[in-house]
Design a protein around this ligand. Structure first.
Ligand code: AMP
Length: 217
C-alpha cells in the first residue's frame, strides 16, 4: 500500500506504520528517523537539521525534499511505502504530488490519525526512544517500558528521552503542527484522498485502514 500518515506528534503514526509494514511488505519512511539517524551519525545533513529539531521547529523544506526525492526511488519502495511525518507543510505536499506524478506513482490515500490533545501530551512526555540511530525503538515508561530500565530490548543501547520531548519543545512542536501541518488535512480532502480515523488504539486505526482499502480495491 502507498499511504501518507498524517497526525500530530504522538498520534501514533510510527506505531501504525510499523504494524502496516508487517501486512504487505510496504516500507516505513519516517523523515524524523532519517534525520535523527543523520544527527547521530554526525553527517552534514544531521548538522544542518539538529538545531531545528531540538527547538521543535521544522527542518527547511529543501532539505526534506532532497531526502525524499532519493528515498522514494529506492528499490524497497516498489512494494509500497508508508510516509510517516512527511509531508509536513503545504509546499512539501505540492512538491510530493509533482514528484509522484513524474515517477508514475499513485497514492492510495492520506490517513489522518486524530487523537485528543490530552492523550498526545501524555504519550509524548512518557515516550522514550533508543539512542542508537539505526535502531530508534520506541518505548513508553507507563505502557511499554524496556525489560531492563533504560536499556533497549532490541540492541542494548541506552533508552533516552528525546531532546525535543521536553515539555517546552513538545508544546512548540504541537503549535508548529497546528500552524504548518494541520492545513494538509484540507489539502488532501480537496484531492479526494483523505481518510480520518479518530481512534486512540493503533489496532483500531489499522482495522479502519484495511477496511477502507478493501472497500476501494
Ligand atoms: P518526528 O519524529 O516525525 O516527530 O520528527 C522529529 C523532528 O524532525 C521534527 O520536529 C522536525 O524538526 C523534523 N522533521 C521530521 N520530518 C519533517 C518534515 N517532513 N519536514 C520538516 N521537518 C521534519
Amino acid at each position: 500500500m502507498k499511504l501518507i500518515l498524517l497526525g500530530a506528534p504522538g498520534a501514533g503514526k510510527g506505531t501504525v506504520a510499523k504494524m502496516l509494514t508487517k501486512l504487505d511488505g510496504s516500507v516505513q519512511i519516517s523523515t524524523g528517523d532519517i534525520l535523527r539517524g543523520a544527527v547521530a551519525a554526525g553527517t552534514e545533513l544531521g548538522k544542518q537539521a539538529q538545531a531545528y529539531m531540538n527547538a521543535g521547529d521544522l527542518v527547511p523544506d529543501e532539505l526534506i525534499m532532497g531526502i525524499m526525492a532519493k528515498r522514494l526511488q529506492e528499490d524497497d519502495c516498489k512494494n509500497g511505502f508508508l510516509l510517516d511525518g512527511f509531508p509536513r507543510t503545504i509546499p512539501q505536499a505540492e512538491q510530493l504530488k509533482d514528484m509522484l506524478a513524474k515517477l508514475g506513482i499513485e497514492l492510495d490515500m492520506a490517513v489522518n490519525i486524530d487523537v485528543p490533545r490530552d492523550v498526545i501530551l501524555d504519550r509524548l512526555t512518557t515516550r522514550r526512544t533508543c539512542s542508537n540511530g539505526s535502531c530508534q525503538a520506541i518505548y513508553n515508561v507507563k505502557s511499554n517500558p524496556p525489560k531492563q530500565e533504560g536499556i533497549c530490548d532490541k540492541c542494548g543501547s541506552p533508552v533516552v528521552q528525546r531532546e525535543d520531548e521536553t515539555e517546552a519543545a513538545i508544546s512548540h512542536r504541537l503549535e508548529t503542527y497546528n500552524a504548518k501541518t494541520a492545513p494538509l488535512i484540507g489539502f488532501y480532502e480537496k484531492e479526494g484522498m483523505l481518510m480520518t480515523v479518530d481512534a486512540t488504539s493503533s489496532e483500531a486505526v489499522i482495522e479502519a485502514i484495511q477496511e477502507k482499502l478493501g472497500a476501494t480495491a
